[in-house]
Design a protein around this ligand. Structure first.
Ligand code: FAD
Ligand code: FO1
Length: 449
């Protein structure tokens, strides 16, 4: 494994004893660089290896829909790890409290965790680091090219990150070693996790129900990937922007929860001999756009606020903040898909019902929120709230970057100036109508309701 994937969060005194992987973003036992690294260092010191997951009672507007998807995936992780002699602990509570207590109880020798650019995760790690004295390291198991290696700064857009990623890909897009059956065990084996009891500690909104069309977990993820490789991949370039078709991979919920590794997806796609244009179009999204989103959140702590927008965008949105709005809606009206725009209502309905709005419509959806909101700050708050409450893949760097692109010109350039939007790129109903069959899409959403 490439050592550049690992960063020291806090140095510490080396000692003997169990190695702990605090799992959070990369919720899988296979194809997981953080777990492989934790196993490597525990084998080197002949030590047991354990995995812990801190289940926080609330997380960034997530509801029962996302928590249940995550918890079912984690039960699969527990079973997979058990076959490798690696115990899995589900700890209810906050990481800053639970992780140090756990480390002390097991007299752990080293702590390893997975990388995540979100502020909340960085804050958890900082607080944990302040309370412990053993070495604490972070491994980027989510990006193919580790975020801090791909670039040392916030990139302007895909055009500036792409060449850097392309240059480094041959070094990082490598096959995964297998996780070994771990030879060293804890002297006292833990009692199994009480999933039901722990689930009851959650303080989340249960009015947003689980979805049934997409099964959670790594096994289901591999099946969805296989289905995609089977035929939609070959047509990806042509079909991905048509919401009446099933042209997208549907992998984002699995990638978000780390139930599937993006590197595994890329390896499988490259091994398929798909038409070069389709392969290129897909890898552009999976690698460049996805890793650009991590770059944005990692280097711009204001990734979810107006001040995170580029200067030109802040100025132009400010110049137009008093422009009259032809339509305005309350949050409830938006949430309940009650606007004058039947395409927007259908997209919002798709998100509420399916937990996954088609990618092409997400841009239109967010831009219309800007057009109807009192001001850009309110638009941003509304889009983030709805996205994070309903989307299975919400609460993710991709979402923060996608919304900041649509409303705040992030990773985009100035366009022709117009009302409300200023120089932010505009999208119109007529434009959408010329790209795909709006009536067909609305019918599809209603049929699936
Ligand atoms: P596919 O088209 O099959 O793409 C494969 C993978 O490539 C995706 O799973 C994703 O990891 C990556 N990808 C695709 N498009 C993008 C993109 N524009 N930016 C970054 N990565 C991309 N994505 C999320 O994962 N979570 C979100 O909350 C989210 N919110 C968004 C909000 C807005 C306003 C916009 C414009 C985009 C948002 N996206 C979000 C990005 C994108 O729309 C979704 O990743 C994509 O639609 C997911 O479906 P898929 O996996 O079937 O995509
Ligand atoms: N990560 C955790 O470590 N503990 C949690 O309890 C937790 C809950 C959660 C709920 C919904 C969701 O979308 C994500 C959640 N995550 C949790 C984090 C997640 O794994 C991702 O790391 C980030 O959302 C994006 O990088």
């Amino acid at each position: 494994m490439d050592h550049r994937r690992v960063r020291i969060l806090k140095p510490g005194k080396e000692k003997k004893g169990v190695v702990v992987y605090w799992m959070s973003r990369d919720q899988r036992a296979h194809d997981n660089w953080t777990l492989l690294f934790a196993q490597k260092i525990s084998l080197a010191s002949h030590a047991p290896l354990v995995v812990v997951f801190c289940l926080v009672p609330r997380f960034l507007d997530a509801t029962a829909r996302q928590y249940l998807f995550m918890l079912k995936g984690l039960q699969e992780v527990e079973n997979d790890l058990a076959t490798k002699n690696v115990p899995f602990f589900l700890l209810p509570g906050s990481p800053e409290k639970e992780i140090p207590v756990f480390l002390k109880h097991y007299d752990a020798s080293q702590l390893v965790t997975d990388f995540d650019p979100l502020r909340i995760k960085q804050a958890w790690k900082k607080k944990v680091g302040e309370k412990i004295s053993i070495p604490f390291r972070e491994v980027d198991a989510h990006n193919i090219v580790p975020c801090w290696i791909a670039s040392p700064k916030q990139e302007y857009g895909a055009h500036t990150l792409r060449p850097k990623i392309r240059r480094l890909l041959p070094e990082f897009l490598t096959s995964f070693p297998k996780l070994q059956k771990h030879p060293y065990r804890l002297t006292t084996l833990p009692q199994g996790n009480n999933w039901k009891q722990i689930s009851n500690t959650l303080m989340v909104d249960h009015t947003v129900p689980e979805v049934t069309w997409l099964k959670p977990g790594g096994v289901a993820a591999k099946k969805v990937l296989l289905d995609f490789l089977g035929s939609p991949l070959a047509d990806y370039g042509r079909m991905r922007n048509d919401p009446t078709q099933n042209g997208q991979s549907q992998l984002s919920p699995y990638l978000h929860f780390g139930q599937l590794s993006a590197q595994r997806v890329a390896l499988e796609v490259v091994g398929r001999n798909a038409p070069p244009a389709a392969e290129e179009a897909f890898l552009e999204e999976l690698i460049v756009r996805r890793e650009l989103a991590d770059n944005f959140c990692f280097y711009n702590a204001s990734y979810d606020s107006f001040k995170g927008f580029p200067r030109w965008a802040q100025v132009t949105l400010h110049d137009h903040r008093k422009d009259p709005r032809a339509y305005s809606y309350t949050l409830k009206e938006l949430e309940n898909a009650r606007t004058h725009d039947d395409l927007w209502n259908a997209a919002q309905t798709e998100m509420i019902v399916k937990g996954k709005m088609h990618g092409y419509l997400r841009m239109y959806w967010a831009k219309k929120i800007l057009e109807w909101a009192e001001n850009p700050e309110q638009a941003l708050r509304t889009a983030l709230y709805l996205n994070d409450k309903y989307e299975l893949d919400g609460r993710d760097p991709n979402g923060y970057a996608g919304i900041a692109w649509s409303i705040g010109g992030v990773h985009d350039r100035p366009w022709k100036e117009r009302g409300i939007f200023g120089k932010i790129r505009y999208m119109s109903y007529q434009g959408m109508n010329s790209k795909f069959n709006i009536t067909g899409y609305i019918k599809k959403v209603i049929e699936n309701k």
